[in-house]
Ligand binder design. Structure first.
Ligand code: ADP
Ligand code: MG
Length: 637
């Protein structure tokens, strides 16, 4: 699976690194051969020239081996950086694809550690260990081949030593693997605490909650510390055991060597045996050092394995909401239809939306009204296919959203999220955003800003469209952020605009101007407007009133004022707050007075009727004289 992520370049780096390593091992194993000759020559007192010549050869081998090792290190570093970059990029691309459901399953804090800390762990591990991972087996096998033919006692001692070290490594790893796996999750916790503390720092201070937050952070951080201490205390004996085994093994080789040599009578055989013993112990040390090197990198192995697993878990994740394959033209533009849609969030028992049905045509406005938590944003998320409904159908342009490719669906929709999202960059970058950006001019951007009522404040910025917005739009107000995000959606000129509570931070006047601009200048665009203010939704073609996920009223403003208690109560409550009175609205409602005889102040049934605005001042004909009408939203004062 790992190799599946290798690019051609990665393979080339690995090949070059391996070539350097093979050359290095060849040179390293050549050195004991010269030692053999030198030892023999020194013992027999023959050829000081040979000693000098072999000495130089040994030196050259050592220097070339050094050069080969530098080369291997260079290519290993190149490989690890390139490999981890591939993984990081694929993960970034995948995170962009994931649905809200997937992201909430993995958690944003975990995604941050997986995109930053985990690749770092992996790069670190590969940088240090690629060489060793390639070198140790080559070195071990080659050294063993060189050792063959030597005294069986020495081979037996080496085998026992290797087995002891291998068993030690395996058992320690078995003990700590679980703890290593925990590290990353504990880091996620620490990361989450730090993030929440940073984003919520103002609230923390305002509530004097520093101590409380500190204790929560301390909990997460102590758990991480505790885990690390346990790992290192379990791994501590490993180095000691390995070096003891090597020392005992060397003593064993020399001891048995001494016994063998004393048992031989021929002097020349004795000399040969002695130099064989020196060379053998040198090879045995090489084999051991291969294992020791493995021990060194094996400490980093569990965390790298976990980091790799966590990254590939994201990369290979099947999108919770699979995409369809339709990306053509349906022949119907700008319609949105819900057919008896019911949806329950994963892990929730009650549905967030239940039995919702409606249809809007091209250019119409659907308004979704309801209190907080009534399911308004959920309705928009379903159109965006961030989730799929449990039952029922959602159709955009006459086709089930499940049939579209993601790109085809999103190219039809312009979305303004409830919480404005601003990217670090200029105003223009933030407004002219996405794949259609290159096709739009500065005039389009200004037009979008004008419709979104953001042109005034952008013109006042010293750099205008080039003014830099900081991360999260910290250098602009909430209302300005909202207008920029609305301008972004308008600039895309989609078939359908989805505005999720996007007017909440706007004052009544701007709210009204914006609605008017949308109506007049984006007449062909279908609009789905989520709002909490009756004033924002009253001129919509269709209004759905949501209560606890159910549609308790569907119709126009007038229908709902007549038939929907919740809508009427909401309208009245908001009018009392806003002390506003209704204005004459275009459309059927304003065609003639529809007086029910009730006063307009609290239980006015003459909303939008001419009677309500016909008389000057603050009263209307059907109301008690001189009694104020209440203003709704941004209706005429
Ligand atoms: P509104 O936009 O009307 O304020 P939402 O559509 O955001 O409400 O939420 C409707 C209901 O669904 C709420 O009860 C809320 O708690 C729940 N909800 C929203 N998002 C999630 C989620 N990601 N997971 C589980 N429940 C959610
Ligand atoms: Mg909402």
């Amino acid at each position: 699976m790992l190799f599946g992520y290798f690019t051609k370049k990665d393979w080339a780096y690995v090949a070059l690194c391996t070539a350097c390593i093979v050359f290095q091992v060849y040179l390293d194993l050549k050195i004991p051969e010269f030692m053999n000759e030198i030892t023999y020559a020194v013992q027999t007192g023959t050829g000081s020239e040979l000693v000098a010549r072999d000495g130089y050869r040994m030196l050259s081998c050592a220097l070339l081996s050094l050069a080969a090792s530098v080369g291997a290190g260079f290519f290993a570093a190149k490989f690890s950086a390139s490999f981890v970059r591939t993984l990081r990029q694929r993960m970034f691309a995948k995170v962009q694809e994931l649905s809200s459901q997937d992201i909430s399953e993995i958690s944003a804090a975990s995604l941050v550690t997986r995109s930053t800390n985990d690749p770092y762990q992996l790069q670190n591990f590969f940088g240090r260990s690629v060489q060793i991972l390639v070198k140790s087996p080559i070195l071990a096998v080659w050294a063993v081949l060189k050792m063959s033919g030597a005294e069986w006692q020495w081979t037996a001692i080496t085998v026992v030593g290797v087995l002891i070290i291998a068993a030690t490594i395996a058992s320690v790893m078995w003990c700590v693997m679980k703890l290593f796996r925990r590290i990353q999750w504990l880091k996620d916790d620490v990361n989450r605490e730090v993030r929440e503390n940073l984003t919520g720092s103002k609230v923390v201070r305002a509530y004097n909650a520093q101590e409380y937050r500190l204790s929560k952070f301390d909990e997460a951080s102590s758990a991480l510390l505790d885990n690390n201490v346990r790992i290192f205390s379990r791994m501590a004996p490993m180095a000691g055991i390995s070096s003891t085994v090597i020392n005992v093994m060397t003593i064993g080789i020399y001891w048995t060597g001494a016994l063998i040599i004393t048992g031989v009578s021929d002097q020349d055989d004795k000399f040969h045996l002695f130099s064989d013993m020196v060379v053998f112990s040198s090879y045995a040390l090489q084999v051991m050092s291969a294992f020791m090197m493995l021990t060194g990198i094996i400490r980093g192995f569990p965390s790298a394995k976990v980091a790799y697993g966590r990254m590939t878990d994201v990369i290979e994740r099947e999108r919770g909401v699979p995409e369809g394959d339709f990306d053509g033209d349906t022949g119907i533009g700008g319609t949105v239809e819900f057919r008896n849609v019911t949806f329950t969030y994963p892990g929730r028992r009650t549905p967030a939306l239940e039995g919702i049905s409606f249809k809007i045509e091209r250019g119409q406005t659907l308004a979704v009204l309801g209190s907080t938590g009534s399911g308004k944003s959920t309705l928009v998320k379903l159109i965006l296919r961030q989730y799929d409904p449990d039952s029922g159908q959602i159709l955009v342009d006459g086709k089930d959203v499940r049939e579209y490719t993601r790109r085809a669906l999103y190219s039809r929709l312009g979305y303004v999220p409830q919480t404005p999202v601003i990217f670090t960059g200029s105003v223009e970058y933030n407004v002219n955003f996405g794949e259609t950006a290159p096709y739009r001019t500065r005039e389009d951007v200004w037009r979008a800003l004008e419709i979104a009522q953001a042109d005034g404040f952008v013109r006042n910025l010293p750099e205008g469209l080039d003014a830099e917005l900081s991360q999260y739009g910290r250098n602009v107000s909430g209302g300005q952020k909202q207008r920029i995000t609305i301008a972004r959606a308008v600039c895309k000129d989609p078939e359908t605009l989805l505005l999720d509570d996007s007017f909440s931070a706007l004052d009544f006047k701007t709210d009204k101007a914006l609605r008017q601009a949308l109506r007049e200048r984006m007449g062909g665009t279908t609009k789905v407007v989520v709002a909490q203010r009756v004033g924002t939704v009253m001129d919509a073609d269709l209004i759905i009133v949501l209560d606890d996920g159910k549609a308790v009223g569907t119709g126009t403003h007038d229908d709902l004022m007549r038939d929907c208690i919740l809508y009427r109560d909401t309208a009245r409550a908001q009018m009392e707050e806003g002390r506003c009175r209704p204005e004459a609205r275009p459309g059927p409602a304003s065609r003639g007075p529809r007086t029910s005889g009730r006063p307009c102040t609290r239980s006015c049934a003459t909303w939008g009727s001419t009677s309500c605005t016909s008389s000057p001042g603050w009263s209307c004909r059907s109301c008690r004289p001189r009694r104020s009408c209440w203003r709704l939203g941004s209706w005429r004062r």
